[in-house]
Design a protein around this ligand. Structure first.
Ligand code: DHB
Length: 387
């Protein structure tokens, strides 16, 4: 097969790129070793920044507006009380609760409707000749050897990216954390109208939502925690301890229908381009989950990438690709700071001192009682204006 752009990775980032390229009149082929079913059923975060929603809606993918929930703020819970941060008031912006799995389904449907060439469940994917005429070889679903020859290859193949290793020379930046997140789904009503990010002496907890009857929650745990060791009783005891307080907040509980431990790290690889191979999303950078920046950052990459690819492939502006790494990384490092900052403000470490605890509380008091403090959080959470 011959195409303009071969996209390795058919998650939301790869599909959004293929969709935007299609709207710009550029054909692409999307490959993924995972099946549609595997991607559809992998729980990921649920918050879209203002401009991520705008990108979806402006490109004709607008189910988020009817099936998503607009959230004008969050609660920071500390000292046994909820403190509301109003994004609308602080920066005139909001976010949308709309799970990443729904974004995937919407984009998959748009690409299928528009006749997109999507190949899920392929094996042995390998990228060749990134510095010349690039191609991807793989084994198709029927077990036959296959090849896609393209002008450009995009690695949108996630945090365990194989494309990443082809960038040479490369620089990597990594920060690890001495904890992880335990995530679970529960059949319960909502506990609050917006998300509740909790800091307690027992560690961090987050109460997010999915529907009227299913909620998504997380709590800080050890990196080597075994989900099987956590019974329903044990999970709720832990959640109650962390969210206890003296206001009228009530944690709503129910049967737990899914549980897992999430990886937790900050990572950036640069440059994001090697000849005719370009990286997007988690393939080039990972953020810890606090603040839900991962998908938003991937969509921001893809928006810039679609624009430079359009210039390079339809306007003969080969130099357009040169600007990609710097433009993408400008936002990446802001999001890296934001995710790191929210993480360290709300989590406990085993070696944390009394000083650290009181300093954390001082920061939270400042954030929730000052206009400048609320604006700092609100601007990062709803997403910096796109350039
Ligand atoms: C969700 C996940 C996050 O990491 C976050 O900060 C907010 C919400 C979620 O899964 O809903």
């Amino acid at each position: 097969t011959r195409t303009r752009v071969a996209v390795v990775g058919g998650g939301p980032a790869g599909l959004m790129l293929s969709h935007l390229l299609h709207l710009g009149g550029i054909e692409s082929v999307v490959l993924d070793h995972r099946t549609h079913e595997e991607i559809r059923t992998t729980h990921r975060a649920g918050i879209l920044e203002r401009d991520a929603v705008r990108l979806l809606v402006d490109s004709g993918v607008d189910r988020v507006l009817t099936d998503g929930d607009r959230h004008g703020g969050i609660y920071l819970r500390f000292g046994g009380e909820n403190h509301h941060v109003d994004f609308e008031q602080a920066v005139g912006a909001s976010v949308w609760l709309y799970p990443q799995t729904e974004v995937f389904l919407d984009l998959h449907e748009a690409r299928t409707r528009d006749g997109g060439d999507l190949r899920y469940g392929v094996a042995d994917v390998e990228v060749h000749d990134a510095l010349g005429r690039p191609r991807v070889t793989f084994t198709d679903v029927d077990g036959a050897a296959a090849e896609v020859v393209a002008d450009v290859i995009v690695g949108a193949d996630g945090s365990r990216s194989a494309c990443r290793a082809l960038v040479d020379p490369r620089e990597q930046f990594l920060r690890t954390y001495p904890f992880a997140w335990f995530g679970f789904m529960t059949q319960a009503p909502r506990s609050a109208d917006e998300l509740v990010y909790t800091r307690s002496e027992h560690g961090f907890a987050l109460i997010s939502q999915r529907t009227e009857t299913v909620q998504r929650m997380y709590f800080q745990c050890d990196a080597d925690e075994d989900p099987a060791a956590w019974s329903e009783d044990r999970i709720w005891t832990e959640m109650h301890a962390r969210t206890a307080g003296h206001d009228d907040f009530e944690l709503r509980t129910g049967p737990i229908i899914e549980k897992s431990v999430l990886p937790f790290r900050s990572f950036v690889q640069t440059p994001m381009r090697h000849g005719n191979l370009l990286l997007a999303g988690d393939a080039a950078h990972t953020v810890p989950p606090t603040g839900a920046k991962g998908l938003n950052l991937a969509l921001a990459d893809v928006r810039v990438l679609a624009e430079v690819l359009e210039r390079a492939l339809t306007k003969d502006d080969a130099a357009a690709l040169d600007s990609y790494t710097d433009r993408a990384l400008a936002r990446v490092w802001k999001a890296q700071h934001f995710s790191y900052w929210m993480t360290t403000m709300l989590h406990r470490t085993a070696d944390g001192s009394e000083f650290d605890e009181r300093r954390q509380l001082g920061e939270l008091e400042w954030l929730t009682s000052s206009e400048a403090g609320s604006a700092y959080l609100a601007e990062g959470y709803t997403g910096w204006p796109q350039r």
